[in-house]
Write a protein of this length. Structure first.
Length: 240
C-alpha cells in the first residue's frame, strides 16, 4: 500500500555510498580508522597487527574500512551503491542531477579502489561495463551524451589513481611477486579449507552447531595459538 519510489531508494543508496566512499578515501590517506561510537567504528591503524593492510617492502598501507567491519564488506556495499548510480543515469533531468552523480560516483569508485578488495574490484568492473553499454543504448540524446561522458570520466579517474598507487595494486594482484602478508594469507586460507573439510567429514550429519566452529577447532588443534583459531573464510563451508 505504500507509494514506493525506486528513484528515492537509489538516491538513498548512492548517497550512503558516497559518504562511505569519502570516509574510505580519508582513511586511506590518513592510514588509520578513527574510533567513533556514533558510527560504530573501531580504531584501526596501519601499524596495528590484525588490521587489514597491503604490505610491500617495508610499507604497510591500510585498506579502507568506511564505517563497516571489514574492507571486503565495505567494497561490496560500494559496488552495490554503484548499481544505484547506473540506474539513476537514465533518470537525470537537469544539471544538479549530473553534479550529484559525478560527485557521488567519484567517491564510490575511489572507495572501492582503496578497499583493495579483489571481489569488489571484479564487481565494479562488471557493473562498469554493463553501465557503459547501457549508456550507449539510452534513447534520450541528452542522457546518452551524459552517460558517455560519465563513464569516460570514471575510466580516466580510476586509471589515474591506479597509476598513482600502482605498487600497492600490483602487490594485491600478485603481479610483482607475492609479498609476505599475501603469502601468509594464502597459507592461512588453504589451511582453513583443509580444517573445514576435516570438520565436515567428522560431523557430516549434524554439524558442530551454530557458533561452535572455532571451539571445535580449538579442541582439534590444542597446540595452535589462539589467534590462529579462526573460522574458514568461506560462507558455504561455514554453513556445512
Amino acid at each position: 500500500n505504500i507509494n514506493f519510489s525506486k528513484i528515492k531508494l537509489a538516491i538513498a543508496v548512492v548517497t550512503a555510498g558516497a559518504i562511505q566512499g569519502l570516509l574510505g578515501v580519508w582513511q586511506f590517506m590518513d592510514l588509520r580508522v578513527w574510533e567513533s561510537k556514533w558510527l560504530g567504528m573501531a580504531g584501526q591503524r596501519a601499524r596495528d597487527l590484525g588490521a587489514s593492510v597491503v604490505e610491500f617492502g617495508l610499507e604497510r598501507w591500510l585498506r579502507a574500512y568506511g564505517s563497516l567491519p571489514h574492507p571486503n564488506i565495505y567494497g561490496a556495499f560500494l559496488a552495490l551503491s554503484f548499481v544505484g548510480v547506473v540506474y539513476l543515469i537514465s533518470k537525470i533531468e537537469h544539471k544538479y542531477h549530473k553534479l550529484f552523480l559525478f560527485f557521488s560516483a567519484s567517491f564510490i569508485w575511489l572507495g572501492i579502489l582503496f578497499s583493495y578488495s579483489r571481489a569488489a574490484w571484479i564487481g565494479l568492473g562488471l557493473v562498469f561495463i554493463f553501465g557503459a553499454v547501457s549508456a550507449w543504448k539510452i534513447k534520450d540524446d541528452w542522457a546518452r551524451k551524459f552517460g558517455k561522458i560519465f563513464f569516460i570520466y570514471g575510466f580516466l579517474l580510476l586509471s589515474l589513481f591506479i597509476y598513482i598507487t600502482l605498487p600497492i595494486v600490483k602487490t594485491r594482484l600478485h603481479i610483482s611477486g607475492t609479498a609476505r602478508l599475501e603469502n601468509i594469507s594464502n597459507v592461512e586460507r588453504a589451511a582453513g579449507y583443509g580444517a573445514a573439510g576435516e570438520t565436515i567429514r567428522d560431523n557430516w550429519l549434524f554439524g558442530v552447531g551454530i557458533g561452535n566452529y572455532t571451539f571445535k577447532l580449538r579442541d582439534k588443534y590444542p597446540d595452535k595459538k589462539v589467534w590462529d583459531i579462526q573460522p574458514v573464510h568461506n560462507v558455504p563451508l561455514i554453513i556445512l
